[in-house]
Design a protein around this ligand. Structure first.
Ligand code: DGL
Length: 258
């Protein structure tokens, strides 16, 4: 098979990475995609770094057997724990990770706090610490760990009272007028963006790294001459470690939400 025609692999701890893959599909609709969600082991954000590294390597082995031409680690938590490891181990294919979109948040140049919502692990790891170091001296950055949010979203709870109560509690210490921008530093969170916008002022930007990551993916494929040149729409395959049909149904529903 011509290398250009091989599929692109996406990986996340569960359904979150679909928020990144849908951006990639918009940008490169003629590519084939294989998504592997590890919902059986989600959430990753409260595991140890070693556990997440082992699970990430297992996901890579699985996707490589599917003959993928590149892998997107569409999970901030797995990126912070394991991106160096997999880049070192799998040198032959482009590997694209994701990190909280702090650089983009700073560009908005708005007054007030930059609130970074993410998993406890992402906020604790050295990758994020390095990002903070770069921007914290000129900006007010607040880390907001949201440990339970992934579980809610994995259960298909992306609207409703339980979610609203959780978010209200999280944002209670911050007055609307003090919030400059909110960064969704976990790929599950874009699915609750609308609910969050109901709770904070409409003019506060809520941003994520899905589009930027997809642009980076395209750039890397182009650089390696791996962009698919066929004209028709590509195939999308969604696989999940939790063998339950419900999670595939949820995945299909989420990928259609814009
Ligand atoms: N989507 C993952 C992320 O971007 C969620 C990690 C988890 O399972 O806790 O961080």
């Amino acid at each position: 098979m011509d290398n250009k025609n091989r599929p692109i692999g996406f990986f996340d701890s569960g359904v979150g990475g679909l928020s990144v893959m849908r951006e990639a599909i918009r940008l490169m609709p003629n590519e084939d995609y294989i998504y592997f969600g590890d919902s059986k082991n989600a959430p990753y954000g409260i595991k140890t770094v070693d556990e997440v590294r082992t699970l990430t390597v297992e996901a890579f082995e699985y996707l490589l057997k599917k003959n993928v031409k590149a892998i997107v680690v569409a999970c901030n938590t797995a990126t912070s724990a394991a991106i160096d490891l997999v880049r070192d181990k799998y040198k032959d294919i482009p590997i694209i990770g994701i990190e909280p979109a702090l650089k983009l948040a700073v560009k908005y140049n708005r007054k007030g706090n930059i609130i970074i919502m993410a998993t406890p692990m992402t906020l604790r790891e050295k990758k994020f610490k390095a990002l903070m170091k770069r921007y914290a001296k000129d900006h007010d950055i607040v880390s907001l760990p949201c440990a339970k949010l992934v579980e809610l979203i994995e259960n298909g709870i992306i609207t409703g009272k339980e979610l609203e109560d959780y978010l209200k509690e999280k944002f209670k210490p911050y007055d609307n007028k003090d919030i400059g921008v909110v960064v969704l530093g976990c790929t599950h969170y874009p699915f609750i963006k609308e609910t969050l916008h109901k709770l904070i002022n409409e003019d506060i930007p809520i941003i994520d790294g899905g589009f930027g990551t997809s642009q980076e993916l395209k750039r890397r494929l182009k650089e390696k001459n791996l962009l698919n040149t066929k004209e028709k729409k590509g195939n999308i395959t969604i696989i999940n470690s939790n063998g339950n049909e419900d999670i595939i149904e949820l995945s299909k529903r989420l990928i259609e939400i814009s």
